[in-house]
Structures are given as structure tokens and as C-alpha cells.
Write a protein that binds this ligand. Structure first.
Ligand code: SF4
Length: 429
């Protein structure tokens, strides 16, 4: 059969789609860009715009693959199966569990044209579904999903309802996957999950993310290990003292903040204060002096006054982030915050978001400035006619002249100037 895959949303969705594509090929199916027999759309529902993107992606697939069986899986399908199943031209609806089963359902539907809704109650799942990690086409980096689900229930977030309770991949299986990726020539592994700070909480031995990171760093010392988004509670002194010993750990920590105002954090049910968060930032900087610290912030959360917003703005400056992902608050049906009073008008949410994006751009330039003139090792990505992209240990991309070397090579470069949200560089012999 001919399969086509499309993905929306986070790194976990991207990981799961690449795994499904691998499993499809292992069954002898081929991947196509047009006129497929079956299309699988891995959906997202983290914001209302996520839902719009799902529909646009669905319509694009239906246009490019008019005869195909269409399967929707992922977080939108999990949280709104009836709505998903009612969409025109959708034949199969699967949720966020039993990912591999969607291939079976597609194979059957191509034979018998049957429409199936196979969404189960994700809150009942207690086992982690191991899926094969693999390298994204044209990339030198691979995602490694080690955890699923979340039990934090931040008041604005739909994810615990889409992904269920915390479930973890046992450390030995994660290490085996990492070793296989290293043998396949992967130069960087991004350790990802829905809430990786909760890693191991469900496993008998209760291994922590720190334990897992040590095991992976030691198992593949020539591969760079980059951690996905972190919750502040994981950044303890033990985390820093232990991981600073590993030269193959990426010097980039994405430490989720959401607000820089304690009252807003309380309404969000985030489990730290600004002072505790700042302690984590200072702990990271003490252990990893040049590291990039990036974050996420929501603007216009219910009840956010101008004063609370200004507190957030000041706190962001105090933390001196390398980059800030800014999201205007988006109501998600079924979340606690969606029923909260004192909604902030959409235009004010957007205006505050624009202001913080401007701040992020300035802080980003200030962070990059310190690297100009420095020499760093980078891994070369797939070259383009006009340049060769590359990545170092930090969060920023490096742009090199075309034909600077072979994809996957690690070379030394001198950084010469700011280029977008990254830096230009020249290879040095
Ligand atoms: S930690 Fe909070 S924001 Fe992150 S996935 Fe869990 S509930 Fe959502």
C-alpha cells in the first residue's frame, strides 16, 4: 500500500509519526506524497488554532489523495472523537494510545471501506507504548520519546486529558534505542516526552530523568544529548552537579515558566514561585556558565491585570532568557481555566504577546552577541544551494557557506555575526 503521513504539534507527535512511517515501511508499504491509498494525520489540540490547523491539514490531504482512506489520530482525535468522526471524508479515528494499530485499521479499511472510531479511555492506560526511534529525513538528529502523559493538570492545559497518566520507557530500552540510533550515524538525540520531568515516576525502580540522562550520555558518548522541555522541579542541585560531568550534553535547557507573576502562577496551578524558578535558572548558570535557557510564556491568562503582566515582563528580563516562546492564552474546553472569570480581551492577549516577542528578540540578540568571534564545534545538516545549516550545543542554528562539508560531519567554526535567530560562521581548518 501507499501511505502518506502528516503531523501537527509537538516533538512527541513528530516522533510518533516517524515511528509509524518506519513500521509501515517495515510492513512493505511505501511512503508517497500524492495519490496514497491511506493517509494518517497526527493531530494536535493544545490551542484553538491547533484545531484550525487540523482542518486545513485534513483538507490538504483530501485534495492531494482523493481516493485515500483518511485516518485521524493524536490529541484532537483523543479529546473530541465524535467531532473528529463527524468530519467529512474521515474514515478512521484513533486516539493517542495503540499507535501501531492505526496501520492495521488503514489496511482493513482499504479492503472493506469500513469507517471505524477506535478511541479508548486514555486515563486507563498504565503501560508505555514503545515505538521505534528513527532519524528524521534529511536530518542528523533524532527524537527519542521516553515518556508519555502528565498528572500536573495546569488549569489551562488540555494535555492530561489527551495523553493520560505518566508512563515511562524503561531505561534499558531507552539506552538500547539510543545505541541503535548512534550505530545509524545519528549525531544528536533529543530526549522528549509530554512531561519528561515526571520520567520514571511510574516505574518500579523510580529512575529519574537525571538517572536516564546519565545512562544515555554514558552509552553513546560521541552523540550529543539534548533534553526536551523541563519543569523547574527537576532542576535540583543533584541534576546540575551530576549532568555537568557530561561533555556530550547539549548546553540548552528549555525551562517552562508560563508566567513571571506568582498570583498568575497560582491560578495556573503551576507548582513553583518566581523565586524558586529563579533559583533553578541560577543553578543552571552556575553549573553550565554559557548555557542557553529558553522558555514558554502565556499572555492574557484569565485575571491577568496590567500590573501582573508588567511583573511577568520584568521577571523575564531578570532571567535573561536566550529565547521566549510566547502564546496568547487560548481557552480549551474542559480545562479549569476555561471556566474562570475575568477573561482578558483577545486584542490585549495578542498585544501583550507581541510586546514579549519583541522583548524575546532583543534578549536573543543580547545572548548571541557573546558568541561573536568565538570558535565552537558544530554538526553539519543537509546543505542547501545558498548555505549549509549546522547546530552546536546551544539552542541557536549556525549558518555556514554552502559546501562547508558532509552532512553529519562535526567541524570547528568561527562565529562571525548574528543571522536571524542564530549566527553566521566560517569553517576553520
Ligand atoms: S505540565 Fe502542565 S502544561 Fe505541561 S503538559 Fe502537563 S498539564 Fe500541560
Amino acid at each position: 500500500m501507499k501511505f502518506c503521513f502528516a503531523t501537527l504539534g509537538c516533538k512527541v507527535n513528530q516522533f510518533e509519526t516517524q515511528a509509524l512511517a518506519q513500521l509501515a515501511q517495515a510492513r512493505g508499504h511505501v511512503l508517497v506524497k500524492a495519490d496514497a491509498d491511506a493517509c494518517i494525520l497526527n493531530t494536535c489540540t493544545v490551542t484553538s488554532s491547533g484545531d484550525h490547523k487540523n482542518l486545513r491539514a485534513l483538507h490538504k490531504l483530501q485534495k492531494e489523495h482523493p481516493r485515500a482512506v483518511i485516518a485521524l489520530c493524536g490529541c484532537f482525535a483523543q479529546t473530541e472523537p465524535e467531532r473528529a468522526a463527524a468530519l467529512d471524508g474521515v474514515d478512521i479515528v484513533c486516539g493517542t494510545a495503540d499507535r501501531a494499530a492505526v496501520l492495521d485499521l488503514c489496511e482493513q479499511a482499504v479492503q472493506n471501506q469500513q469507517r471505524v472510531c477506535a478511541v479508548t479511555d486514555i486515563s486507563q492506560r498504565r503501560d508505555f507504548e514503545p515505538l521505534p526511534a528513527g532519524i528524521l529525513p534529511g536530518h542528523t538528529r533524532a527524537l527519542l520519546k521516553v515518556q508519555d502523559g502528565c498528572d500536573n493538570y495546569c488549569t489551562y492545559c488540555i494535555i492530561p486529558y489527551a495523553r493520560g497518566h505518566v508512563r515511562s520507557l524503561p531505561p534499558q530500552q531507552a539506552v538500547s534505542q539510543a545505541q541503535r540510533l548512534a550505530q545509524e550515524g545519528v549525531r544528536e538525540i533529543i530526549v522528549t516526552g509530554i512531561e519528561i520531568a515526571s520520567y520514571g515516576r511510574d516505574l518500579p525502580e523510580k529512575p529519574t530523568l537525571t538517572d536516564l540522562t546519565v545512562a544515555i550520555c554514558e552509552a553513546v558518548p560521541s552523540v550529543r544529548i539534548r533534553l526536551g522541555s523541563l519543569e523547574p522541579r527537576i532542576v535540583t542541585q543533584v541534576f546540575c552537579d551530576t549532568l555537568r560531568r557530561y561533555s556530550n550534553l547539549a548546553l540548552h535547557f528549555h525551562l517552562s515558566l508560563q508566567s513571571g507573576c506568582d498570583d498568575t502562577l497560582k491560578r495556573m496551578h503551576r507548582r513553583y514561585t518566581c523565586a524558586q524558578y529563579l533559583d533553578c535558572v541560577q543553578r543552571l548558570r552556575a553549573a553550565f556558565p554559557t548555557c542557553s535557557i529558553t522558555t514558554d510564556v502565556i499572555t492574557g491568562f484569565p485575571g491577568e491585570t496590567e500590573d501582573e503582566f508588567m511583573q511577568t515582563r520584568a521577571f523575564l528580563q531578570q532571567c535573561a532568557f536566550a529565547s521566549i516562546h510566547v502564546f496568547p492564552y487560548s481557552e480549551r474546553a474542559g480545562t479549569v481555566a476555561a471556566a474562570m472569570p475575568d477573561a482578558v480581551p483577545q486584542d490585549i492577549r495578542a498585544c501583550r504577546a507581541d510586546e514579549l516577542r519583541g522583548l524575546s528578540a532583543q534578549m536573543g540578540r543580547d545572548f548571541l552577541q557573546q558568541f561573536i568571534g568565538k570558535t565552537i564545534p558544530v554538526v553539519l545538516e543537509h546543505g542547501r544551494a545558498d548555505c549549509q545549516p549546522a547546530h552546536g550545543k546551544w539552542h541557536f542554528p549556525v549558518t555556514l557557506p554552502p559546501d562547508s562539508g558532509k552532512q553529519g560531519d562535526e567541524i570547528m567554526v568561527k562565529l562571525t555575526g548574528i543571522h536571524g535567530n542564530g549566527l553566521d560562521g566560517i569553517p576553520i581548518a
